[in-house]
Design a protein around this ligand. Sequence first.
Ligand SMILES: O=C(O)CCC(=O)C(=O)O
Ligand SMILES: [Fe+2]
Length: 289
Amino acid sequence: MIVDNIAKIPQLNLPWIESPFFDQLLAQSNLDEETKKKVKYFAAHGYLIIDSEIPNFDRIAEQIINQLESHYIDPHRIQDAWKFNDDVRTIATAPKVLSILKTLYQREPIPFQTLNFPQGTEQSTHSDTIHFHCVPAGFMCGVWVALEDIDVNNGPLHYYPGSHKLPIFDLNNLGIKGSYQQHPYEYYSVYENFIESLISHYQLEKIDLCIRKGQALIWSANLLHGGSKILDPTRSRHSQVTHYYFDNCLYYTPLLSDPFLKRISMKEITNIATGKEVKHYYNGQEIKL
Ligand SMILES: O=C(O)CCC(=O)C(=O)O
Ligand SMILES: [Fe+2]
């Protein structure tokens, strides 16, 4: 008799990489061995470095750098340049990236925000789950694409391998009601200090992302990351981040929410790939905002 293992594995409403049954699910999947290795690596470490495989990448990178130059009102970053720049949209919707994300999460990826940086951000270490979260949790990730070669001197992105397995923390864990803040970052320094304590408590290993132009880092929602110090202030650090959700979720901003006070800052998002508004779902049922 053939034993049907597939039917015996509980299907949970969470990313398969976080399922207690992940090893079995992976073993049964029809992915090739190379891909299985990558998914396993991502599940274990919370990140993956890939080649974005975007055709004519050098030209696209150069065009983005030149065309965005006059648009930096905030000198450090420009949000959602995909709305007026097709090259930014090309990177956000790169087929190779979308296909890897679909494999890693087993759901349709939804690129919903782009950030372009001309220099290192020196941004303090954080988990993106404080900014972008969803129900069920975990269906979010970031992809950081190098528009030029990156090394330790031009303020690389840094990350802490394995930190995605720590609990997901929000302001309520720190005794703060996010939805009652005067402005979104009123208590952000409390969160930043907490993350620093967490890193030193666990003595987490920090890695600077030194990658070549055209390469990309995918990080899972809860992986701690930030911008390292710019050691050479004369250097640029052109890069693009795209944040992705996955379909069939409720999307919200924990930093501004107190769900159990029924004060939830739901996110209205547009799928960069289709230009359409993204619907929210709870267990397959559409939820109107
Ligand atoms: O590029 C950086 O230095 C930080 C970017 C980041 O944290 C993000 O886009 O989520
Ligand atoms: Fe981030």
